[in-house]
Write a protein that binds this ligand. Structure first.
Ligand code: HEC
Length: 207
């Protein structure tokens, strides 16, 4: 009788022990448990840790990069070099060439065809691309040195409001002014200063 009671107690204790430790060993034993669930995955770590700014994000690096990627010769006489560099960075990473150079790349230099990129330098930013409802404008400096024939104030006003400088009261319809117009006055001024330093080109009629 005593032995039976002892066996019973032992069994109950063993059962309890298994119940207690099972949550700890279950994930390890289960085939479906994701390995390393308790470790922080690299993706999780990315989501929660702040990224560092990097060492190429100050104005001087942006200016340098701007000069590296300018596809045309720049006339810096009477220009603010820092603004030209920043402006080049914004314009040449901002898609202006895709709509304002007709066509944007020379034959055999189209990156979309897997060819080594060659921007259409002779037509660079001289407009003339037909979008049906509008034709892109010539952004190069006119005979007075004004980009697209616009003063700085007019240029900033155009990008901020979308008001067509050639048809006052009308809004530009293709030009993405609602996004470009959100830039700081410093950045819009830099874009203007860069456009002031590129060579004048007559509008290209395309291929
Ligand atoms: C999606 C194509 C597209 C892109 C990208 C684009 N533009 Fe335009 N832009 C146009 C077209 C088309 C017009 C002519 C009017 C219109 O949109 O109705 C125009 C007009 C302008 C005008 C008005 C000029 C004038 O005197 O009438 C300026 C200034 C201008 N663009 C500057 C820029 C700059 C700077 C960039 C790059 C930051 C840029 N655009 C990017 C298509 C584009």
């Amino acid at each position: 009788m005593r032995r039976h009671i002892l066996v019973c107690i032992t069994l109950v204790l063993a059962g309890l022990t298994v119940l207690l430790i099972s949550p700890t060993i279950r994930p390890a034993l289960s085939k479906n448990s994701k390995a390393g669930e308790t470790r922080v995955s690299p993706h999780r770590a990315m989501a929660f840790a702040p990224l560092s700014l990097g060492d190429d994000n100050d104005d001087e690096s942006i200016i340098q990069r701007g000069f590296e990627i300018a596809p045309v010769h720049l006339d810096l006489r009477g220009k603010n070099r820092a603004l030209v560099g920043i402006g080049s960075y914004i314009i040449n990473t901002g898609g202006c060439n895709d709509c304002h150079t007709n066509p944007p790349y020379v034959d055999g230099g189209d990156p979309f065809q897997g060819q080594p990129e060659q921007i259409n330098v002779p037509c660079y930013l001289s407009g003339g691309m037909n979008f049906g409802i509008a034709v892109s404008r010539n952004l190069t400096p006119d005979s007075h040195g004004l980009p697209a024939g616009l003063t700085l104030d007019k240029f900033i006003h155009t990008l901020r409001t979308g008001e067509d400088p050639e048809e006052p009261g009308e809004l530009l319809q293709v030009m993405p002014w609602p996004v470009f117009g959100k830039k700081t006055t410093r950045d819009l001024t830099a874009m203007y200063e860069y456009l002031r330093s590129i060579p004048h080109r007559p509008t290209c009629t395309g291929p």
